[in-house]
Design a protein around this ligand. Structure first.
Ligand code: FES
Length: 148
């Protein structure tokens, strides 16, 4: 299997078996966003302990790229700090512009989304979960209130 085929497999696996799907009871972060280009939606929830995202889960409807990206995101940020999450938000955004801010090792499964940079119409799909997380964290840090 070539690299492209392997990437397809990873994306499809996350799409068909999304990690960390489902609601969180009494979430500290609870946010809905949609992709303005297609109307597809993500509902992202998280539990916080100080700076740490102790649990991160999502539900949503969307294309394989948006769901796979959300699934991968929950895997890499769950149990980590805001700072770690922002590093990934920046890294994934850069990747969608063809830049390399993070090593393949750091990216893990996210590396499979690199090819999306060649399809500008799909970049918003891959970034939906990440921009939603960024908005939630920024709102949380600036307001200290529950994001709804
Ligand atoms: Fe809607 Fe990808 S086509 S999120």
């Amino acid at each position: 299997m070539g690299l492209e085929g392997l990437y397809q497999e990873i994306i499809l696996d996350h799409y068909k078996n999304p990690r960390n799907r489902g609601p969180i009871e009494n979430p500290d972060i609870d946010i809905f966003e949609s992709n303005p280009l297609c109307g597809d939606e993500i509902h992202l929830q998280a539990k916080l302990d100080g700076q740490k995202l102790t649990d991160v889960r999502f539900e949503g409807k969307g294309c394989s790229i948006s769901i796979a990206s959300a699934s991968m995101m929950t895997e890499v940020i769950r149990g980590h700090s805001h700072e770690h999450a922002h590093k990934f938000i920046d890294g994934v955004r850069a990747m969608m512009h063809g830049e390399e801010k993070m090593s393949n090792e750091e990216l893990g499964d996210m590396e499979a989304l690199k090819g999306v940079a060649d399809f500008p119409a799909r970049v918003k799909c891959a970034l939906l979960a990440w921009t939603t997380l960024e908005k939630a964290l920024n709102d949380k840090l600036s307001g200290g209130k529950k994001v709804t």
